[in-house]
Design a protein around this ligand. Structure first.
Ligand code: BTN
Length: 257
């Protein structure tokens, strides 16, 4: 069972997670917070579920997570100061905060994989799914869903990148309350830079991205593109170099070619 008191003592944010909702079971924390017929609209609301019955991954994949072992949660952003911002940068702020939190507490070296996976020893330890609802051309609600593999050690099923967890890497039971508070503290600090220094977020993200400069393939549905991962542009799109041509890539799964 998640210990709310232990979590609360370690939380030092102003907004993110101050409205904290805990549930034993739900279809998907993302779907729930996205639906505006639910009663939550406070900016920074965090919904944590011990079990998701329809946990969603990117590209209509399923996110599997064993009950009470991991962290599966979503953050609702409704403040206009974030909603008009480039969503790629919010994605990067999130994966960067996950990576920094894991490094700070457990001294595990993390790597970031475009667009938003967090890896340890080449295996996936966390994934992020951003979803939004719009009214006209304005985003109304932005939901950031985060799944961190914490204490699960057995993973069954087919994964496009092999999964791991913090416990699997360290061979010790991990304090989920401490990790969630550390993440939310770091996330708020990084998110606050979005208005003033978005370039810093991109720079810190790139420092942890091991594939820049490598030969890669990018798969988007049936379509595969090859080239060198040249850089990210200022908006966070991947620049793929092929001979002398540079192509801007918006979506896709990146692998070493
Ligand atoms: C991915 O790497 O494919 C993204 C995984 C995102 C999973 C999280 S778990 C909490 C939130 N609710 C969901 O249904 N999905 C996200």
């Amino acid at each position: 069972m998640f210990n709310l008191e232990r979590f609360d003592i370690k939380l030092s944010t102003e907004v993110i997670g101050r409205n904290f909702v805990y549930t034993e079971e739900i279809d998907s924390t993302n779907s729930f917070l996205l639906d505006k017929s639910n009663k939550y609209s406070i900016d920074g609301t965090v919904l944590l579920a011990e079990k998701q019955n329809k946990g969603k991954g990117r590209k209509d994949r399923v996110w599997y997570s064993t009950r009470e072992q991991n962290l599966t949660f979503s953050i609702l952003l409704t403040n206009k100061k974030y909603l008009g911002k480039n969503l790629n940068i919010i994605n990067f702020a999130t994966s960067l905060a996950v990576a920094i939190s894991i490094e700070n507490i457990y001294q595990l070296k993390t790597e970031l994989k475009w667009p938003n996976d967090v890896l340890v020893n080449g295996k996936k330890i966390a994934g992020i799914l951003l979803e939004s609802t719009s009214q006209g051309n304005k985003i109304e609600r932005l939901v950031i869903g985060i799944g961190i593999n914490v204490n699960q050690t057995l993973f069954q099923g087919n994964y496009n990148i092999s999964p791991t967890s913090i416990k699997h890497e360290l061979k010790e039971q991990i304090d989920r309350e401490r990790l969630l508070a550390e993440f939310l503290n770091n996330f708020e600090e990084i998110l606050n830079k979005i208005e003033t220094e978005p370039g810093e977020i991109l720079k810190d993200w790139k420092l942890r991205c091991r594939l820049i400069g490598e030969k890669i393939s990018i798969t988007e549905g049936e379509n595969i593109k090859y080239g060198i991962f040249d850089d990210l542009d200022n908006e966070g799109f991947l620049l793929l170099k092929n001979k002398d041509k540079i192509e801007k890539i918006h979506f896709g799964d990146v692998s070493i070619a």
